[in-house]
Write a protein that binds this ligand. Sequence first.
Ligand SMILES: Nc1ncnc2c1ncn2[C@@H]1O[C@H](COP(=O)(O)OP(=O)(O)OP(=O)(O)O)[C@@H](O)[C@H]1O
Length: 274
Amino acid sequence: MTAQHPVTRVEKLRRTYDHGKVVAVNDISFEVPVGGSLGIVGESGSGKTTTAKLIVGLEEPDSGRIFFDGQEIGTGSSRKLRRQRARTVQLVFQDPYQSLDPRQTVGGAIDEVLRLHTELSTSAFAKRRAELLEQVGLGVREAAALPRELSGGQRQRVAIARALAANPRLLVLDEAVAALDVSIQAQILNLLSEIRRETGVALVFVSHDLEVVRWVADDVVVMFRGSIIESGPTAEVLQRPEHPYTRLLLSSVPRLGWDPAQVSQARREFLATQ
Ligand SMILES: Nc1ncnc2c1ncn2[C@@H]1O[C@H](COP(=O)(O)OP(=O)(O)OP(=O)(O)O)[C@@H](O)[C@H]1O
């Protein structure tokens, strides 16, 4: 039996800006197994969003390689392969308000993706729309609503349903719960885990918050100034962080007895050593 290829693998990806002066992503490598989930964590500016954009093809790397199902995709790839990637990988942003058309109903927004990426018959089309809405916990009322008539959590559910409409094998979520209340965050994180279990879709979950990543990611990579400084199974990395920066990120999560002044001091001391 041949081993299954990971759904995506990146090898020594590098992306610079400002004629090489800003190294946003510095030779990073990782893979996401089929149906797996990878968390990418780091502080603001560590290169997480650039990494997400490189995976979905919104940015081109200066160097390095990206594979989907074992097949390399790059600037020289055919249109067919690029279209295939567009279907394989879907991106969900932090603020769905920006990505949803304010004049389009929720049902209409889902239909648009179904039309673009599937070839369903009229009856199968309506059934699939209903299935997607149900999958993200939305009903008929929400299907007829405009984005402004929904809460932030509901809008994020719409964005997830829209991404799933393309039947992707990988969902890339960039700070997808950062703008939501903590209790709504928990609902969306549970929803994502459920969807992964039910559909087998793999997740890349980008967040500045290690506690959030704990709930959704089997594995985690920790980024600092464009480089991966620590990686491994999420539970292990959180329990026994090896790199001082990972320890710093963990100590930055507010909890009982937490002292922000102490965290700031530790951060200053760490940065002074870099
Ligand atoms: N289009 C761009 N032009 C110039 N510099 C950029 C561009 N995009 C990102 N950068 C720089 O690259 C670095 C990494 O940015 P990136 O947005 O990937 O980080 P991040 O970890 O996602 O941060 P945040 O959570 O604040 O979005 C930063 O120093 C940023 O200023």
